[in-house]
Design a protein around this ligand. Structure first.
Ligand SMILES: Nc1ncnc2c1ncn2[C@@H]1O[C@H](COP(=O)(O)OP(=O)(O)O)[C@@H](O)[C@H]1O
Ligand SMILES: [Mg+2]
Length: 265
């Protein structure tokens, strides 16, 4: 087992309106190379702050304590090259005035040292891999010409264009309707398997996270309250808070989570 990233005593505080918000309180967590790890918790529990800290994207208004080390990388990670990041809103991560092909090609060109024509060929392959209909015309399309789900496919293609070791998806399906959400989850699962990536899947939805992840970390008020295998967390959570999150999703009419997660009941 190789640890890709080792997080110890991570503390993040934001300064806001003259006060301070403790967003993460002493988080210690290892991300194992090749695993699919879900971070779940309610809005405001610190999930995005963790993702931003790992990706080196925290705003200047934050104060950070503790350490993030990368034994599985051997060097400090570079966003785009070593870490691919997919945000909730693809419109926010895509440039509205740049073609889809150029946005993906630029990542490949910057981090893989490809020529533009090699990078465009790579972009076309990636558009095929994320199952965008008609990849040839999609190369020349602008983001506004695509549906929400298609934009998220493009954002995912750009995120994996340089072959990152770690893919972080922060509520990447939360803005999509249920059917498109399921398709994007399936897409992420396939790409992660095909490229041997490590996945950090961040969601407020424990049922969705359980479908994708092998391990689940439950966050509450900036603290890691429970960590374990998906099967164990779903079947026998040790924390009442995790129980509450599970109960919020399990009605009598709901498909049991273990079956939804493809695990033996
Ligand atoms: N840029 C910021 N400035 C000030 N406070 C922030 C900022 N980003 C997040 N916070 C606060 O930090 C806490 C954790 O937020 P966040 O990490 O976004 O949680 P989550 O992703 O789980 O919803 C919340 O109280 C939130 O209001
Ligand atoms: Mg968030």
């Amino acid at each position: 087992m190789t640890v890709l990233a080792s997080i110890s005593d991570l503390m993040v505080t934001y300064r806001r309106d003259g006060g301070e918000v403790a967003a993460l309180r002493s988080i210690s967590l290892d991300i194992v190379a090749g695993e699919r790890l879900a971070i779940i918790g309610e809005s405001g529990s610190g999930k995005s702050t963790l993702a931003l800290a790992i990706a080196g994207l925290l705003p200047a208004s934050s104060a950070v304590g503790g350490r993030i080390e990368w034994p599985g990388l051997g060097q400090p990670p570079l966003l785009g090259r070593d870490i691919g990041f997919v945000f909730q809103d693809p419109s926010a991560s895509l440039d509205p005035v740049m073609t889809v092909g150029k946005q993906i090609a630029e990542v490949a060109r910057t981090h893989l040292g490809l020529t533009w024509s090699q990078a465009y060929a790579k972009a076309r392959t990636l558009l095929e891999r994320v199952h965008l209909p008609d990849p040839d015309s999609a190369l020349h399309a602008f983001p506004h010409q695509l549906s929400g789900g298609q934009k998220q496919r493009v954002a995912i293609a750009a995120a994996i264009a340089a072959g990152p070791k770690l893919l972080i998806a922060d509520e990447a399906t939360s803005a999509l309707d249920t059917i498109v959400q399921a398709e994007i989850v399936a897409l992420i699962r396939r790409l992660v398997a095909e490229d041997g990536m490590t996945l950090l899947f961040i969601s407020h939805d424990i049922a969705l996270a359980a479908e994708l992840a092998e391990r689940v970390a439950v966050f509450r008020h900036g603290q890691l309250v429970e960590l374990g295998s998906t099967a164990r967390i779903v079947a026998a959570p040790t924390q009442p808070y995790t129980r509450t999150l599970l109960d919020a999703h399990i009605g009598l009419d709901a498909v049991p989570l273990l079956i939804r997660a493809g695990l033996p009941a």
